[in-house]
Design a protein around this ligand. Structure first.
Ligand code: ATP
Ligand code: MG
Length: 413
């Protein structure tokens, strides 16, 4: 029996990899224009890092982490997200010596979830973090950048939802109000939410169980519990977004699945993905750096799910750069081909040489099967006249072009 990939772990194949490359290229270009630099952090971290950052009563930590003991007996975890590793690196390398650090990353994350469309066990995120900026304008700028990114990669109908989760001052007050409320409707809650009333009551607002949704309908809103500083911050973010022409809807029930968030949180969804419709999410985490042993540092960050974005823009249909196959007939043609192929490649033409033998007819068939848009043929006649024959595989029309202009001919046409 042949061996297959592990469930929830995907191969990303040609056709898709071009879409992924395009998403990353455009993202990196835009991030760079906003002053971000790339950071690469390991895929494996000490388990403790995620326990202390994401929170011990979150879904991720309770049931989704790939945790193992290495040969030395240390507990390690495949990173389920990128923020905690970036913050760990920020502290470890004292990047806080800079007034502000703007960092981005891209790579695989691992969560033991139920695999389905748009939800995998190894999935990829592009993320960005701003460390050391407390201004609400920085939240708005990051969100503006993100919306601009989606526009540029042609994700249609991206919708931004925002909330504020308050801070160390006002969230405990809200938590208590919510606990009191939830205790009153306890019988209607699922087992999970009942258990969470004490540990993590906010998660009850996020539960997809119909009974819980009904029971929490008239739960108190966190926005009514915000302290003055959090309220001012949130209003300012909204005002800045408005100035930039970014529409956002406010969703006071959006609580997010990680404990480190403070103040602004957000999610961007897009129709056309079914129930796994969140394509990016993030928010402010002003307490995390200090929590992990660094100096108090206000931060804002987000992560984009590459698989879901790729699914969306694939549905829009993305043109791949066309492939050209070069067919040399005979030794001398092969030798001439070396210079011609170089000239095409220098111009960015995507061209491969067909090294097979056999009749021209069979080699043309093969080029067609490879999906070639053009075939370039160099035979005896062409060698003599200093030309190549360029065949358009779609229209089946063919033209002879001199060696001088042949490199540009395909680059243009
Ligand atoms: P969801 O509500 O879909 O579970 P999340 O709140 O767990 O998302 P985050 O941890 O904020 O997601 O991650 C940011 C983005 O990463 C998500 O919006 C989504 O696009 C993507 N993502 C998260 N988990 C997965 C997964 N298991 N498979 C594919 N993409 C994922
Ligand atoms: Mg999740």
């Amino acid at each position: 029996m042949s061996i297959t990939a592990v469930r929830g772990f995907n191969d990303i194949l040609p056709g898709d990899t071009e879409v992924w490359r395009r998403i990353e290229d455009i993202a990196f270009k835009i991030f760079s224009a906003y002053g971000f630099s790339e950071i690469k952090v390991p895929i494996v971290e000490k388990t403790e890092l995620f326990l202390r950052s994401i929170g011990e009563t979150t879904d991720i930590v309770e049931k989704e982490m790939y945790t193992f003991t290495d040969r030395h007996g240390d507990s390690l975890t495949l990173r389920p997200e990128g923020t905690a590793p970036v913050v760990r690196a920020y502290i470890e390398h004292k990047l806080y010596a800079n007034p502000v650090s703007k960092l981005y990353y891209s790579g695989p994350m691992f969560r033991y979830e139920r695999p389905q469309k748009g939800r995998y066990r190894q999935f990829y995120q592009i993320g960005a973090e701003i460390l050391g900026d407390l201004s609400p304008r920085s939240d708005a700028e990051a969100l503006t950048m993100l919306m601009r990114l989606f526009e540029e990669i042609d994700v249609r109908g991206a919708e931004l939802q925002m909330n504020s989760l308050g801070d160390a001052l006002c969230r405990p007050v809200y938590k208590q109000r919510l606990k009191d409320y939830l205790s009153g409707v306890k019988e209607k809650l699922c087992e999970n939410c009942r258990r969470r009333i004490e540990a993590n009551p906010l998660r009850a607002l996020d539960c997809k169980n119909p009974g819980c949704m009904e029971a929490t309908k008239s739960a108190p809103s966190i926005l009514e519990s915000l302290c003055g500083a959090c309220k001012t911050h949130f209003d300012k973010v909204r005002e800045c977004l408005e100035l930039s022409g970014i529409e956002a809807s406010i969703n006071p029930r959006m609580v997010r699945g990680l404990d480190y968030y403070t103040k602004t949180t957000f999610e961007i969804t897009s129709a056309g993905l079914g129930s796994q419709n969140a394509i990016a999410a993030g928010g402010r985490y002003d307490g995390l750096v200090e929590e992990l042993g660094g100096p108090a540092t206000p931060c804002f960050g987000f992560a984009i799910g590459i698989e879901r974005v790729a699914l969306l823009i694939k549905e829009n249909g993305m043109e791949r750069r066309p492939l050209t196959v070069f067919i040399a007939l005979g030794d001398e043609a092969e030798r001439k081909g070396v210079a011609l192929l170089k000239a095409w490649r220098d111009r960015g033409v995507r061209i491969i040489e067909d090294f097979s033998e056999g009749s021209l007819k069979s080699r043309m068939k093969k080029a067609d099967r490879m999906g070639a848009r053009y075939a370039v043929i160099l035979g005896d006649d062409e060698l003599k006249s200093g030309t190549v024959a360029i065949k358009d595989m779609k229209s089946a029309s063919q033209e002879k072009v001199s060696w001088e202009i042949a490199p540009d001919r395909i680059a243009i046409g």
